[in-house]
Design a protein around this ligand. Structure first.
Ligand code: NAD
Ligand code: USQ
Length: 386
């Protein structure tokens, strides 16, 4: 198949592009490289050094003999989106290309507006271009488990059958997200479902949990193929951060008491889930939703696991939670769709954590420890009464 990977310079997009290429697909990569400029804005960098796109693509050709097509541009510019689709003529589009940090979206008004504009407008341009150029294209869109929030009922895969006053309907599962970033994904999901309903678009929305890990079979083949590994409090995700904090001898920053529970998956499962979704397309007009996670853990469980497995001393610190989120809650998620299509999950293992300790130790001198502590707060100070 011809597969266009949007956001192909990112943490997950780059390994996915390689995985799809290795599986025999013709792959095109699209990115505006904005993720690299967030690093400059925040004064941080990936723990593992990453190459520029020209070097990455040349390295993949050296290693595999396969070419990747490269399109540099911004999805919020409609002309660029239309030209890219006309040129590459994809059978499937994997859409990772969004601002994906919850804390970044909560810095202030302008970061919230940027996040929602970037994500919602980029996705809407894409839906129009697909419908007008080739409505048969299958969109595989990265959503997030955080769209659902933490409701006090079981979380289904995207849809819920509701009985109300004696009548029944199948509705999109109600959403209660926890940041302006997570909200942008809810807006995207609604726009995609509407496009499927009115234009017959085919789409798979992958509500992915928090990803951990840094290597896949393809990226491990050459250091020039490495993907990014973020440790800072804005872009670093929780388990990756705990691993890095342990190796640095810094306290693991558990927000609050750590009773928050989330869905997680290994980066090797991310790339495989995408391959499975691409190779098993949704039907025309179908808005298909999969919950892309393999296990649930509380933040406290994760900190204790890292502390148990790290060979040195580890300190766990319960710091004031900078976010507004439920401290303790029910969490029971249905996630059978991808397993039914053949996913064989890599569950969190001692060997994976040990390999992450080694990767971190190799690059530890690149860390700026000041970037580890959270500075973005969800709550607003109450304005003074005058
Ligand atoms: P990332 O920030 O590393 O990658 C996103 C890429 O998209 C970046 O390279 C960025 O430059 C590009 N991009 C952003 N806006 C763009 C635009 N307007 N036009 C073109 N390119 C643009 O993020 P990631 O961790 O690889 O996440 C990828 C996707 O998966 C995101 O949509 C994210 O919401 C979702 N997701 C990530 C996680 C996780 O734990 N990392 C978990 C669940 C869902
Ligand atoms: N947390 C800590 N300590 C830390 C960092 C985080 O206790 O040092 C807690 C947070 O309070 C939160 C949980 O860990 O309860 C997860 O936080 P996170 O930063 O790892 O993940 P999140 O902000 O939810 O976002 C990440 C990705 C995002 C993706 C999402 C999947 O950045 O792109 O959408 O995971 S999900 O959480 O399922 O929505």
């Amino acid at each position: 198949m011809r597969v266009l990977v949007l956001g192909g310079d990112g943490y997950l997009g780059w390994p996915t592009a390689l995985h799809l290429s290795e599986a025999g697909h013709e792959v095109g990569v699209v990115d505006n490289l904005v993720r690299r400029s967030y690093d400059e804005e925040l004064g941080v960098r990936s723990l593992v050094p990453i190459e520029d796109m020209a070097t990455r693509i040349a390295a993949w050709q050296d290693v595999s003999g396969k070419r990747l097509a490269w399109y540099e541009g911004d999805l919020t510019e409609a002309d660029f989106v239309y030209e890219t689709l006309r040129d590459f003529r994809p059978d499937a589009i994997v859409h990772f290309a969004e601002q994906r940090s919850a804390p970044y979206s909560m810095i202030d008004r302008s970061h919230a507006v940027y996040t929602q504009h970037n994500n919602v407008v980029g996705n809407l341009n894409l839906l129009y271009a697909m419908a007008e150029i080739d409505p048969d294209i299958h969109l595989v869109k990265l959503g997030t488990m955080g769209e659902y929030g933490t409701p006090n009922i079981d979380i289904e895969e995207g849809w819920l059958t509701v009985e109300h006053n004696g009548r029944t309907d199948r509705m999109l599962y109600p959403k209660k997200p926890g940041s302006f970033y997570h909200l942008s994904k809810v807006h995207d999901s609604h726009n995609i479902e509407f496009a499927c309903r009115i234009w017959g678009t085919r789409a798979t929305d992958l509500n992915q949990g928090v990803v951990y890990g840094q290597q896949t079979a393809a990226t491990a083949k050459d250091p020039r193929l490495a993907t990014r590994f973020d440790y800072d409090a804005v872009f670093g995700t929780v388990l990756n951060r705990f691993v890095i904090q342990a190796v640095l001898g810094q306290p693991l920053t558990v927000y609050g008491q750590g009773g928050q529970t989330r869905g997680f998956l290994d980066i090797r499962d991310t790339v495989e889930c995408i391959r499975i979704a691409v190779e098993n397309p949704a039907d025309r007009g179908e808005f298909r939703v999969f919950n892309q996670m393999t296990e649930s853990f509380s933040v406290a469980d994760l900190a204790n696991t890292v502390s148990r497995l790290y060979p040195g001393e580890v300190r766990i610190e319960n710091i004031e939670n900078p976010r507004v989120e439920q401290a303790e809650h029910y969490y029971n998620v249905k996630h059978t769709g991808l397993v039914e299509l053949g996913l064989q999950p890599h569950l969190l293992s001692d060997t994976l954590l040990e390999s992450l300790f080694d990767i971190t130790a190799e690059h530890v001198s690149r860390v700026d420890t000041a970037a580890l502590l959270p500075t973005v707060r969800w709550a607003k100070e109450t304005p003074a009464v005058v």
